[in-house]
Design a protein around this ligand. Structure first.
Ligand code: PHE
Length: 453
């Protein structure tokens, strides 16, 4: 007989295995590609401050809640919510929260895979010495030329997604776990080296100031929402993938400690990326608000001009692709487990179905950078629209619902038991944050955006 307290897909072998996998899911393009470019677009320091506050006060408590729900439910997000709603004698409509999360994962992966495709292509560029001695004009020309071709972007998108789906098809354990264990620390190492280079450039202090000096006049309702959405996106919460990882978590592992470690690692990567990129931006006369191409237009300058740069460039893009892979499998895992558990598919079938859907959706993002770049919906390209819809609406709403469910719906006795925080005072702090602070914050930010505040 199967043990009902365990997920049918297995369990993490140790606390370290869980932390590495969850950190792998958290650390990805969100930290290294997205954080710098949206910080650049939203004026720097004040935006970063809001982001950090969101991670600390809303992100960590919600991450704990989501892992907790996953571990208690032990299934895909939809079934987990059905089980837990039943246990709490609540409405089974909570399952739609799981469904919305699965959809968000699909949508995010559709463009995530396109951008990860760029990073994959840049491995080759680094290897063939394309960045040797380049300046800002040259990196822009390389990037513009690259994204102009839909076929090329489709090729790299296909390759990356294929790799993702092959890993997912093999199951969570043998998948990426081993590679990520070594890639994440190695990526950190290369980024430290890049930081050392950035520190030698003339714009270092200007970059530092841009990142950390808060100019509140640069903030508005929308940029606060983007900062909050980024906190959720970067931690990977609000869409069920942390829930799924929680479902594989053995009972004796502390959810609170693990969440804090994951959040610290995630935040460090984002700040480090900012510390590397902005000095380059100012040293080479670029603008911080270059948009989605920011890291592809700045980092190659460093690789092209530092000693041994081609090798570090090569390593950097390889590791970035691994970091993206460990996030993309987390994005698709909720959908795959749902198809297996609720639609009776084999893992392979589930991967083929979901992979193909994401692949086709991704074309919309591919064309956003070339053939359809002039085609705007509410002033946004298809890519920008999907990004806004997911990061700034679906993840905050999903996170809000998780907070409400964990704080108000399930019995206090159950959350206490599941979180097993030794110090009652600490449990109370979590409870306060999840019941009041997180929901109120998300709600107020929404009110602000629609202009009610
Ligand atoms: N956190 C990942 C990143 O920053 C993206 C992600 C979002 C992964 C949501 C899982 C769930 O790149």
């Amino acid at each position: 007989m199967t043990d009902i307290n365990k997920s049918q897909h297995g369990e993490w072998s140790s606390r370290m295995a869980f932390i590495m996998a969850a950190t792998g899911s958290a650390v990805g393009l969100g930290n290294i590609w997205k954080f710098p470019y949206i910080t650049g677009e939203n004026g720097g320091g004040a935006f970063v401050l809001v982001y950090l506050l969101c991670v600390l006060l809303i992100g960590i408590p919600i991450m704990m809640a989501e892992i907790m729900l996953g571990r208690r439910g032990r299934k895909n997000p939809v079934s987990t919510l059905v089980t837990l709603a039943k246990e709490a004698a609540a409405d089974s409509k909570w399952r739609y929260l799981g469904g919305a999360g699965i959809l968000a994962g699909f949508l995010i992966l559709s463009y995530y895979s396109v951008i990860a495709g760029w990073a994959t292509a840049y491995i080759l560029k680094a290897f063939t010495g394309s960045f040797s001695g380049v300046d800002a004009t040259a990196t822009k020309a390389i990037f513009d030329d690259f994204i102009a071709s839909p076929m090329r972007l489709i090729f790299w998108h296909t390759l990356f997604l294929l790799a993702t789906m092959l890993i997912v098809a093999r199951g969570i354990y043998d998948g990426l776990e081993k590679a990520v264990r070594f890639m994440i620390p190695a990526l950190f190492g290369v980024m430290l080296l890049l930081l050392a280079y950035s520190m030698t450039t003339s714009g270092y202090f200007q970059g530092l100031k841009f990142l950390f000096y808060p100019d509140f006049s640069k903030l508005n309702g929308n940029s606060i929402l983007i900062a909050m959405g980024q906190a959720f996106f970067s931690l990977g919460i609000g869409m069920g993938s942390v829930m799924i990882y929680g479902a594989y978590l053995p009972k004796n592992i502390s959810i609170a400690n693990s969440s804090i470690i994951i959040a610290i690692a995630d935040t460090l990567f984002a700040l480090l990326a900012g510390l590397v990129i902005f000095p380059l931006v100012f040293s080479y006369g670029l603008q911080p608000n270059l948009g989605a191409g920011l890291i592809f237009e700045t980092l190659p300058i460093a690789f092209g001009n530092m000693p041994g740069g081609w090798l570090f460039g090569l390593l950097f893009f390889i590791m970035l692709v691994f970091a993206a892979l460990s996030s993309s499998i987390a994005l698709i895992e909720p959908a795959v487990t749902w198809l297996i558990e609720c639609k009776n598919m084999s893992r392979e079938q589930a991967c083929i179905r979901s992979g193909l859907t994401v692949w086709v959706l991704g074309f919309g993002s591919v064309f956003s950078f070339n053939s359809w770049s002039g085609f705007k919906i509410f002033g946004n390209t298809f890519f920008e629209l999907i990004d806004y819809l997911t990061a700034n609406l679906m993840l905050p709403i999903g996170s809000l619902a998780i907070a409400l469910f964990a704080g108000w719906v399930i019995k206090q006795q159950h959350s206490e038991q599941e979180l097993a925080i030794p110090d009652q005072q600490h449990y109370k702090i979590w409870q306060f944050l999840i019941k009041y602070v997180a929901p109120a914050a998300v709600f107020l930010v929404f009110l602000d955006v629609i202009g009610v505040l």
